[in-house]
Structures are given as C-alpha cells and as structure tokens.
Design a binder for this molecule. Structure first.
Ligand code: DAH
Length: 366
C-alpha cells in the first residue's frame, strides 16, 4: 500500500508538471494503460485472500479514480490553453490598412483604340474586324496587288507554310486594308467603317516592331470625294489631339488600292525633345510629319469586293495607331510598348475608369 501511495504521488506530480498533451498521454499509459502500474496493481488482487482483497480493492480503485481525474483535468486545461494560443495567433487587426493588391492598367494602344472608336462613332463609323491570319487574296490580290506586283515585296510578309482552303498562301496580315475587302463583301455599299487592329511585318528597329497597330478607314457611298476625306481626317485629328489648330496637308502618292492616292501630314513643332502636333507645317518653328496613307478607293478594288464602281465610290485611309499614341502621350520608344514592363505600364497605362467619351474627353489621363 505504501508503494501504491508513493506511485500515486509520483504520478500526480508528473501529471501536474506535464506541459503538452503528448507528455500527459505518456503518463496515462504509464498508469492506466494495459501495463501501467495501476493495471498491474489491480492484477495482484487475484492472488490475494478474500480479506486482503476486500481491503486492497477499494484502495486501488480509489487511486485509479484519483489518477484518472487528474489526467482528465489536466487534459482539459492543456486543450483550453492550446485553443487560447491559436485564437491569439489568429487575431486580425481590422484597423490595419488593406494589403496592396497588384493593379493592372489599360495599355495606351488599347486606350487609343477606344478613343478612335468613340470619335469615329460620332461621325457615323462602325468598328469592323478581320482575321490576323489572312490569305494572299484579301491581303494583296483584292487590293489590286497581283502576284507580280512590286508592292508585295515591300511588305516584308510573314508567310505560313500551310495554304488556305482555296490553295492560296496564308500569311500574317501586313496591313488592316484587307478588312476593307471583307467588310464590303459582307455588307456591300454604302458603308462607313474603321478597322483597328494588329498587323505584322518582318521588320525590327527603334521605330519598327514585327507587330504593330493600324487603323483602317473606309467610306463608300454615292458622290464621295477627296474633300470628304480631308474633312474626316482633320475632324478626327482635332478631336483626337484635343486642339483646334490641326493643319492637314495632303501629298500626292501611290498605293495600288487607291486612285488618286495621297499621304497626309500634320503640322507640328518641337517642344524640348518632344514633337507636339499643331499649327501649320510651313510656319516658323514648325514642320510636317507624315501620319498615314489614303485616297479614293481604286475601282478595281470595288470590283474585287463586289461593289459596282459606276454606282459607288469612296475613300480609304490607313494610319499607325502606335505612332499617334506616342505623339499624344509622349512616349519616344516604340519597342517599350511591347516589353510588358510593369513600370512602363503603370506610368503610361490608364485606369480602367478612364473610359474615353466625347462628353468627358477622349484623352483623360489620371
Ligand atoms: N495599307 C497601307 C499600309 O499599310 C496604308 C494605307 C494607305 C491604307 C492608303 C489605306 C490607303 O486605306 O488608302 O502601308
């Protein structure tokens, strides 16, 4: 019995000292487990005389109860402490500022495309699109550049090894002009569209990237003439650059798909190392800058597109979107447009809230 008492005291002390549930479990197994000292003590009852057993049994059971109760109590205490610690470690300070979330921005090219759509919509133009993987016929032939036309060689075309269903060559469109053909074929005349999008040429230096952006314009109706073209471009540039003093100069040129063909220049001045559009190119401190090509749509192109050239005529134009974005927003390296550098994008990019609208302004930059 004295042994039992000293075992009990040692056990209760160890239970009291246990700081982890594992240590406590060790004590439980050591006392109440199959080979624990309480279980062994109970086994001794079998060898006792009835009188001895009468005395010993309640004493052992009492010890067993005491140890079991101590373990239960300690277990509850340890579990409670663990929960407290977990809750303490998981508290959230609601007064802390929200963590910064990476924010995207609208690329200047996308913004300018939206600006174009907004301005031209006001002039009655719909936005048309065409495939970037084009065929030879839409990109060249229907635009009055047959197989042997020298202008084809000037386009540095990326060709695919595969051929189109009709046997023609497949290529990455070198300009947005094939959308003229597709739109006229689909819609007929009269038609008034712009077609902004990506174009590709095998060309790369500080001012040329293999992929760049153009916007095509097409107006086909009765009695359309070059005066309408000049007014349309001038009105567009005034709205786009948000200034009234835009002067446009049309210069005779040549494109297979227009006749007559003109290139259009705008007057600008150098301010610091930046070109600022505005004023007359022949004025003091000013010069002319070429922005794009245009002309009256060649009657052969109308025929290819299924429009009767004796009934309808019109003008077309094409200009570089990246170029006018650089002029308007002051970037000077075209290549940076397509590097995907987040610093460049956060500097030159637009907030998604800056939706270009004619009432709020097409050039809002926050
Ligand atoms: N497609 C021409 C190019 O990429 C640009 C162009 C010139 C488009 C005259 C036109 C146009 O619609 O009439 O160089």
């Amino acid at each position: 019995m004295t042994e039992l008492t000293s075992q009990k005291d040692a056990s209760l002390a160890a239970i009291g000292a246990a700081t982890t549930l594992d240590a406590l479990e060790e004590q439980r197994v050591g006392a109440l487990g199959k080979k624990g000292w309480v279980s062994l003590a109970l086994k001794t009852l079998g060898q006792m005389s009835p009188d001895e057993r009468k005395e010993a049994a309640p004493a052992i059971q009492a010890v067993r109860g005491e140890v079991a109760a101590a373990i239960e109590a300690k277990k509850a205490a340890l579990e409670g402490a663990a929960l407290e610690a977990q809750l303490a470690s998981e508290t959230i300070d609601l007064t802390l500022p929200a963590p910064s979330v990476p924010q995207g921005s609208i690329h200047p090219v996308s913004q300018v495309m939206d600006e174009l759509a907004e301005i031209f919509a006001d002039l009655g133009f719909a936005v048309a699109t065409g495939p970037e993987i084009e065929d030879d016929w839409h990109n060249f032939t229907a635009l009055n550049m047959d197989e042997s036309h020298p202008a084809r060689a000037m386009h540095d075309t990326f060709y695919f090894p595969d051929t189109a269903e009709d046997g023609g060559k497949l290529l990455l469109r070198t300009h947005t002009s094939p959308v003229q053909i597709r739109s006229m074929k689909a819609q007929g005349a009269p038609i008034r569209i712009i077609a902004p999008g990506r174009v590709y040429r095998s060309d790369s230096d500080a001012t040329h990237t293999p992929m760049f952006h153009q916007v095509e314009g097409l107006v086909i109706d009765r009695d359309i003439h070059l005066g309408h073209l000049k007014w349309t471009l001038e009105t567009f540039f005034k709205a786009f650059f948000e200034r009234e003093d835009i002067t446009l100069r049309l210069r005779p040129s040549y494109f297979p798909f227009t006749e007559p063909s003109v290139e259009f220049d705008v007057g600008y001045a150098n301010e610091g190392n930046r070109r600022v559009v505005g004023g007359h190119g022949d004025d003091e401190g000013h010069d002319w800058m070429e922005l794009g090509g245009s002309g009256m749509v060649n009657r052969r192109v109308l025929e290819f597109a299924g429009v009767d050239p004796d009934e309808y005529q019109g003008f077309a134009f094409g200009l570089g979107i990246d170029r006018i974005a650089m002029l308007k927003y002051g970037m000077n390296d075209l290549r940076a447009f397509f590097d995907g550098d987040p610093r460049w994008l956060s500097h030159y990019g637009f907030s998604p809230y800056d939706q270009p609208t004619l009432s709020a302004g097409v050039g809002v930059k926050s």
